[in-house]
Write a new protein. Structure first.
Lengths: 515, 319
């Protein structure tokens, strides 16, 4: 482990008043230079695996959603079956060729970018196999986008339990890293919804696993950041579909909004909850319900106790504040412009009718891609216990204020399951969290061009807060992996590294993502 | 500073703006069939960004159905149909198309009447074509520009003489009702003053036809016209769906699922169409008793895999 040492700005450009005494190095992986590639490619093709080496095939995978890490594979393979992936991994082990697995490519730190070697595109395996409406389970290939799964389930009047609010997240990607929805405060993360998996180990064995069958492999696969296997099929819990009834409350204080969010979660007052902000000036606590009964109970017992306001009430309270502070008028105009852009998007009648939102992921994801997405997306985050969350959010918010004129915070809770603690180790779930973990994403608006150094400094400063207060991160891999040992400690990391070396002797699978 | 009240309508962007979000995959019928990124707008845009030439994307360019579902899905506002058509124009023709003049001796005069440009698919279903003409009060037309529609789709050259021969009589019409969406869009550019309507919209506005739609119908919107004017039509069809109770070929994003997924080679008759998987997907899990189509080209595809009655919108029994 690198011991903390004195830091000089020449090591890496960082903000001048970010935490000192912490060594920080941007950890772009070294490119694998292709030793033995020709022999490997020949062996792969002899085994019947279609390897694509053209620029047209590989170019689409040069970066991820983050758009700051660039690498090119030597070749790519479109996933077709567990047997094909098994052949690929066995031959890759023999030749020492790295294999990078990609689902929707929604990583931001280059975790799904191949810096040489093979890129395995899992979206080739994206078919639903069986839907059991009686048992409320689905068996699916894991390269499927959650949205495509929703399209199939909805025809049967069914829905998945929880999935990221992004149409192009894949099931496999979420099982590997978590997957957070606005119903995660009740249902846990997406990875918690898996009942059984088919995996292919780094040495090419095809294994069926669950809590009761090959349990150790199941534990390592779930939230395993792709280190211990390729997940090829999953059996997931599902539910009957219901549209959701949304309510929005607006705050001018982050702390107050977070406190109210946590109270609602503790009291199980809503089916969905989360915070989405425009800087720290307009803090929106959203709550939603699967049934009229749940909403009526909320209206009766909790609504009056929330300290947020409706849209008009919030505007009336904000108006005098801005009138008395003319230097903040540009901010007020930005809020108005943003409101004009966003609010109609969240109320489009084809998605929201009679107060019911038909599909939350469609509404949120379309808005996110349209009004937050850009060629670069930098979204450092902090994941903490409930007790530390207010501090994490307020300190992270101050960092955002320092680096960017405009940004968004997204906060949500994750209900933890005691029986899933083995899954949570070395993951986004902080070791000290009990009951709920909380995550906050800090997303700058890329309304101008920022240098990579500026963005990296911002990320470092957010992550430094995590080290200081004892947090975890949703995006700790790839370019941010330098924080892993500092966040989790040598003992835990070395134990997992030993497991990785045993499972993946040539260290070929998703190399450089975690270890 | 005060632009907050301005209505922004950003101009369409080109392939260079693709951020690789993959949202186009979710709605692409070719992706559904192949699960291969190379055969998607995302794959083509990214390849172009890496300097790949159109000739190296030949199969991908041919595979595109031009359904346009990717256009409203794209958060970067890239005109992905235009991108594919532009690529087609850069390639040698898949099949040489003879788009010459037809040597029409007498120029038709529509005397301010409505004209239906039915196209090849609707002409094959003559009863539907006649019904549509009667319902919409259209004059008969000798030249409906089906060769021009095909040329537009293939990215082939259309001679100035043929273009003028086609347009000259149309200038005398009061309005054009066009079955083929690509042709309708091009006519909008050629005849900017002309009132041009899409056949599906023109028919579905009629109260007598609306009354015939039932809640156990699957109403199949013609996707090209729908996606070309998505913001207006998504509301229109949503209202129609709620007013009639019928199911529609719309996904959860309210993007139209095409009933067929035909490549250019298949449209030109060089390869056999294989619509079954797409059509099965459209019907999967739906409890319906009848299929009502806007595009006559969908009738055969449904009849191949389903015993349900399939009718063109114009053929719905009248009050």
């Amino acid at each position: 482990m690198n011991t903390p040492s004195s830091f000089t700005p020449s090591d890496c450009p960082v903000g001048p008043d970010s935490l000192t005494q912490i060594t920080r190095r941007q950890t772009n992986p070294t490119r694998w230079h292709g030793a033995g590639w020709t022999d490997f490619a020949g062996a792969l093709r002899a085994a019947g695996v279609d390897l694509l080496e053209s620029l047209a095939a590989c170019g689409a995978f040069a970066t991820d959603a983050g758009g700051t890490a660039y690498g090119m594979p030597h070749g790519m393979v479109i996933a077709k079956s567990a047997q094909q992936i098994s052949s690929l991994l066995k031959i890759a082990q023999r030749f020492g060729v790295p294999v990078t697995v990609r689902g929707g490519g929604l990583t931001t730190e280059g975790e799904s970018v191949a810096f040489g070697g093979v890129l395995l595109d899992m979206t080739g395996m994206s078919r639903v196999q069986t839907i059991d409406a009686g048992a409320l389970t689905v068996r699916t290939q894991t390269g499927i986008f959650w949205h495509s799964l929703a399209e199939e389930l909805r025809r049967e009047g069914l829905d998945y339990l929880s999935a990221p609010l992004n149409l192009t997240s894949t099931v496999g990607g979420s099982l590997n890293v978590g997957g957070i929805d606005v119903n995660s405060p009740r249902l846990g993360c997406s990875a918690d919804q898996a009942i059984a998996l088919q995996i292919v180990t780094p040495t090419g064995e095809i294994v069926e696993c669950s809590e009761t069958e090959n349990a150790a492999q199941f534990q390592r696969a779930i939230l395993g950041y792709g280190q211990f296997c390729v997940i090829t099929e999953a059996t997931l819990k599902i539910r009957r579909y219901t549209p959701v009834r949304m309510q929005y409350f607006y705050y001018s204080s982050l702390t107050t909004a977070v406190e109210d969010l946590q109270r609602l979660d503790r009291d199980d007052a809503s089916d969905y909850s989360g915070i989405l902000t425009i800087m720290d000036s307009a803090v929106n606590l959203l709550v939603a319900f699967d049934s009229d009964e749940r909403e009526a109970a909320f209206n009766q017992r909790w609504k009056a106790q929330l300290r947020g306001h409706g849209e008009l009430g919030f505007a009336l309270r904000a108006l005098p504040r801005y009138l008395l502070q003319p230097w903040k008028w540009p901010e007020a105009l930005y809020l108005l412009r943003r409101k004009k852009q966003l609010f109609p998007e969240f109320r489009r009648p084809e998605y929201v009718r009679d107060g019911l939102m038909q599909d939350r992921t469609v509404v949120f994801s379309r808005a996110v891609w349209k009004y937050w997405g850009s060629r670069q997306m930098v979204i450092p985050d902090l994941a903490t216990s409930a007790e530390k969350f207010v501090a994490a959010v307020t300190r992270g918010n101050a960092v955002c204020r320092k680096y960017f004129p405009h940004y968004t915070l997204y906060c949500v809770g994750i209900k933890l399951r005691d029986d899933h603690k083995p899954h949570y180790e070395l993951s986004c779930i902080p070791p000290d969290a009990e009951g709920w973990a909380y995550g906050c994403e800090f997303e700058p608006m890329m309304d101008r061009v920022y240098s990579r150094d500026h963005l990296q400094s911002f990320k470092n400063e957010i992550y430094d807060i995590g080290l200081d207060i004892g947090a975890s991160y949703y995006r700790f891999g790839g370019m941010m992996k330098g924080y892993i040992r500092r966040a989790f400690g040598d003992e835990m990391v070395d134990r997992h590294l030993a497991m990785k070396q045993q499972a993946d002797p040539a260290m070929i699978l998703n190399r450089n993502v975690v270890f | 500073m005060f632009d907050i009240f301005a209505k922004a309508t950003p101009a369409p962007r080109d392939y260079a703006a693709c951020s690789g979000c993959s949202l186009c995959l979710l709605v692409c019928p070719v992706w559904r069939k192949t699960r291969d990124l190379r055969y998607t707008p995302h794959g083509r845009a990214k390849a172009l960004q890496h300097g790949v030439a159109a000739a190296d994307l030949k199969d991908s360019i041919d595979s595109c159905t031009l359904c346009g579902a990717c256009v409203p899905a794209c958060p970067e506002n890239i005109d992905l149909v235009a991108m594919t058509l532009d690529l087609r124009r850069q390639l040698p023709p898949v099949r040489p198309l003879a788009i010459g003049t037809r040597g029409v001796k007498k120029i038709a005069d529509y005397s301010r009447q409505s004209v239906l440009l039915a196209g090849a698919a609707l002409r094959e279903h003559d009863a539907a074509r006649r019904a549509a003409m009667q319902l919409l009060g259209c004059a008969p037309v000798l030249d409906d520009g089906d060769d021009i529609a095909l040329a537009l789709e293939a990215g082939a050259q259309i001679s100035a003489a043929r273009q003028e021969e086609f347009l000259l009589p149309l200038r005398t019409a009061a309005q054009l009702i066009v079955a083929d969406a690509l042709l309708a869009q091009q006519l909008g550019r050629w005849l900017p003053q002309m009132q041009i309507s899409n056949l599906g919209m023109a028919l579905s506005r009629r109260a007598d036809l609306r009354r015939q739609l039932r809640n156990d119908d699957l109403y199949v919107i013609e996707p090209r016209a729908y996606h070309a004017d998505y913001e207006a039509r998504v509301r229109y069809y949503d209202d129609l769906r709620h007013a009639t109770g019928c199911a529609m070929n719309l996904d959860l994003q309210r993007i139209a699922i095409p009933a067929t997924a035909r490549s250019l080679s298949q449209r030109l008759g060089l390869k056999t169409p294989d619509d079954a998987e797409q059509t099965h997907w459209l019907l999967q899990g739906r409890k319906i008793a009848r299929i009502v189509v806007e595009d006559a080209g969908d009738i055969a595809a449904f009849r191949q895999i389903s015993t349900l009655p399939v009718v063109h919108l114009a053929e719905l029994p009248n009050d």
